[in-house]
Design a protein around this ligand. Structure first.
Ligand code: NAP
Length: 456
């Protein structure tokens, strides 16, 4: 049957895509919305980026799930858009949809560009976050058979990684971490987590609540290495509220008497990694002392020290991968756009193509930031719809046939709910809300009605 209504595909079922789908479906404009995701599970960064000990933050899932249901927004999981094997090329999708909103986020982590970065034991935050969040692409456990780890960066991702590594396994039992992750954390030899902050206490990008939380771990304490920067408490010239809060927290810790906790999180200010050491795996990192320039940047002093660490995690931000068939700005790692409308090198709109979320504006902001973004992009789509050409193949059954031709076996909302229920069932044995199933084959088995066994 041919659909007369305009059809919009949202590519990416993370918060930005789902907020966009909700804004389109709830607009009152007659439009059919499909949400495609390369994984069999929805929720993107909420499921695979929010740290397991932030379960409350994941309650936004209830809001994000609302548009799905019979006769409403369709979920087409396990559908990769792109030119790879078992993927559907963007050009093929274009024949089926009036408009496509790309919400595929930032899958890559930025690199430091220093010698030794390619050694085993030097990893990006996407790898370790993906691992403890049970992402099927990041199943390999980091080696935690080392007493010391360095985490580079002063954003919330660096805090998440440091916290998860410093927590006791018992603190994470009631979270959604896969059983295999819990086992590795239980055996962890890590005692010291060194967070390397290249600028000063005032310039950190931690949000104050998240920073404060570092002080609330069951058997870990924070040690501040500030070269005396925090001796005077919060300077009067610090006026921004979040900066004052962060500096106050850091000064309190800088003046605290050392305790006897099992683990320590060291915050090193004005320190940049310059070389990662080791022959067949990481054995240390050389850090250089920096000074702050008057415009808030850093300059290396040439003064170096070595930290003996067996693992270096860079948590210095993410970058988007280009989308085959769309323009890309390598300088910002985003798709050029105006109000979400993709534009080409001449500044003309690429008909029917839109972007929202991190692929649109870069990897910044909290989950809620994506809502404003999505509402604006949905408004652009809705304004353009009447003038957009009808796709040549608007029949949903036709799309299903084409996906099958590309060897894509889609996971619909009902099938995802089977996986969801299986994870909740696994959680019961551990007293957790759910336990994630991390292997793609096990996810698909649960989707198709087979149980993953008691251990996931
Ligand atoms: P981010 O906030 O952009 O922080 C990146 C950090 O890396 C900055 O401190 C930056 O320092 C540092 N950095 C960059 N290049 C570096 C280099 N070459 N050497 C040393 N340090 C370097 O990124 P993020 O932590 O990946 O977070 C991404 C977004 O997700 C943020 O908006 C964050 O708030 C959000 N998020 C929120 C939560 C939460 O709410 N709980 C959790 C996770 C993530 P400079 O400032 O000096 O550039």
């Amino acid at each position: 049957m041919t659909s007369a209504r305009p059809r919009v595909a949202v590519v990416g079922a993370g918060p930005s895509g789902l907020y966009a789908a909700a804004a389109l479906a709830g607009s009152g404009v007659p439009v059919d919305v499909d949400v495609l995701d390369r994984l069999p599970a929805p929720y993107g960064l909420v499921r695979y980026g929010v740290a397991p000990d932030h379960m409350k933050m994941k309650s936004v899932i209830r809001v994000l799930a609302r548009p799905f249901g019979p006769g409403e927004v369709r979920f087409l999981g396990n559908v990769k858009v792109g030119d790879g094997p078992e993927s559907v090329p963007l050009d093929v999708l274009r024949a089926h949809y009036t408009a496509i909103v790309h919400a595929s986020g930032c899958a890559l982590d930025r690199r430091l560009g220093i010698p030794g970065e390619g050694l085993p034991g030097s990893i990006g935050s996407a790898d370790i976050v993906g691992w403890y969040c049970g992402h099927p692409d990041h199943g390999t456990a980091p080696r935690l058979d080392t007493p010391a780890v360095a985490v580079v960066g002063a954003g919330n991702v660096a805090l998440d990684v440091a916290r998860v590594l410093a927590r006791t396994a018992d603190e994470l039992v009631a979270t959604d971490v896969p059983d295999a992750v819990l086992e590795v954390l239980r055996e962890s030899a890590v005692r010291d987590v060194h967070v390397l902050v290249r600028r000063g206490p005032q310039q950190v990008r931690f949000t104050p609540v998240e920073l404060r939380q570092l002080g609330d771990l069951a058997d870990a304490e924070v040690v501040v290495h500030d070269d005396g920067l925090l001796a005077g408490g919060v300077p009067d010239e610090v006026t921004e509220r979040h900066e004052r809060a962060n500096v106050a927290t850091l000064s309190e810790w800088a003046h605290a008497t050392p305790g006897t906790a099992l683990r320590r999180i060291h915050l090193h200010f004005l320190r940049s990694p310059v070389r990662i050491l080791g022959s067949d795996r990481v054995t240390g990192v050389v850090v250089e002392r920096n000074v702050l320039t008057p415009d808030g940047r850093v300059r290396g002093t040439g003064e170096e020290e070595t930290l003996d660490v067996g693992l270096v995690v860079r948590a210095v931000g993410y970058a988007a991968e280009p989308i085959a068939g769309l323009p890309f700005d390598p300088a910002t790692a985003t798709v050029p756009n105006v109000a979400g409308r993709v534009i080409d090198a001449q500044g003309s709109p690429v008909v029917g193509q839109y972007v929202t979320g991190w692929i649109r504006r870069g990897p910044t902001g909290v989950i809620g930031t994506n809502k404003h973004d999505a509402v604006e992009v949905a408004a652009s789509v809705l304004a353009d719809l009447p003038a957009l050409p009808h796709p040549p193949r608007p029949d949903p059954d036709d799309l299903a046939r084409v996906l099958a031709e590309h060897h894509v076996r889609t996971v619909d909302w009902t099938s995802w709910l089977r996986l969801d229920a299986e994870e909740v069932r696994l959680g019961q044995a551990r007293g957790a809300e759910r336990v994630k199933i991390a292997e793609l084959a096990d996810m698909l088995a649960a989707v198709h009605g087979a149980t993953a066994g008691p251990g996931g």
